[in-house]
Ligand binder design. Structure first.
Ligand code: HEC
Length: 238
């Protein structure tokens, strides 16, 4: 089945479909929060659109690398196994073991946080939530905008605040990356990260959209003989 899907996706029809499902559920249509600007006026923050593309394996692989290196220290992703990352993202298992398995040595294990979230709750004031389904909960665009919206704020314990999640307990962990890269490059890295997080949330999302398209297409095509048959059956009765 999966080879069928792959070859169907290869026809390029996948691209048209990715447009449909993703955007609809973004942040439940509530935008990405409000904040008070320098003049004391309340402003509405629009969500930026996350570049989700499950066919771009390079992007997913880069996202996995960033997630394991920058996020898995604090956050778990308890529904995702390392072996599934190897399989779906087409990374040789040896490389996953060498570079991505930072919190375990068993490739069949789920992604656990390096530091117990309970302990972290006492450090940060809030436990880092499990991120397996984060993009399903908040929407891809919310997560993308959140990660791009950290700013310096000396009044906060870690010197950073967030426009989307005011007074977030999470430090700006991508600060060094943001400093080193241009804005465009930084957005592209965060885009890869969110693409990976969206994959974690629903690995079959792309396949589902492709299958959905062909199911509808099949039903539409089926309509033609069914309509003709209907005419044929009823022609003497009427
Ligand atoms: C130093 C520990 C730490 C690291 C590293 C870290 N986080 Fe967090 N994160 C937190 C904490 C603590 C919270 C809870 C924030 C709150 O509720 O105020 C959080 C919250 C979040 C949330 C918001 C959850 C929600 O729905 O409210 C997202 C999304 C998130 N983190 C993503 C990431 C990503 C992606 C990375 C890697 C780039 C990362 N975090 C790295 C500690 C961390």
């Amino acid at each position: 089945m999966s080879t069928l899907i792959k070859s169907l996706a290869g026809l390029g029809l996948g691209a048209a479909l990715t447009l449909t499902a993703g955007t609809a559920m973004a942040a439940g249509g509530h935008g990405c929060g409000t904040f008070t600007n320098a003049e004391g006026v309340e402003e509405h923050l629009a969500c930026s659109t996350a570049p989700i593309d499950f066919t771009n394996k390079g992007s997913l692989q880069n996202g996995a690398k960033i997630f394991m290196n920058y996020c898995a220290g604090c956050h778990s992703a308890k529904y995702v196994r390392h072996s599934r990352i190897a399989k779906d993202l087409e990374i040789p298992p040896e490389l996953v073991e060498k570079y991505l398995m930072v919190t375990t040595d068993q490739i069949g294990d789920h992604i656990t946080a390096e530091i117990d979230p309970e302990i972290q709750a006492s450090w940060f004031g809030a436990a880092p939530p499990d991120l397996s389904l984060e993009t399903r909960l908040r929407g891809d665009d919310w997560v993308y905008t959140y990660l791009l919206s950290f700013y310096e704020d000396p009044s906060r314990p870690w010197g950073a605040n967030n426009l989307v999640l005011a007074n977030a307990a999470m430090p700006h962990v991508l600060h060094n990356m943001q400093e080193e890269l241009s804005q465009e490059e930084f957005e592209s890295e965060v885009g890869d990260l969110v693409n990976f997080m969206a994959w974690m949330g629903e690995p079959a999302r792309h396949d589902r959209q492709v299958i959905g398209f062909f199911v509808i297409l099949f039903l539409l095509v089926l309509l033609i003989p069914v309509y003709l048959l209907n005419k044929e059956f009823w022609k003497d009765v009427k």
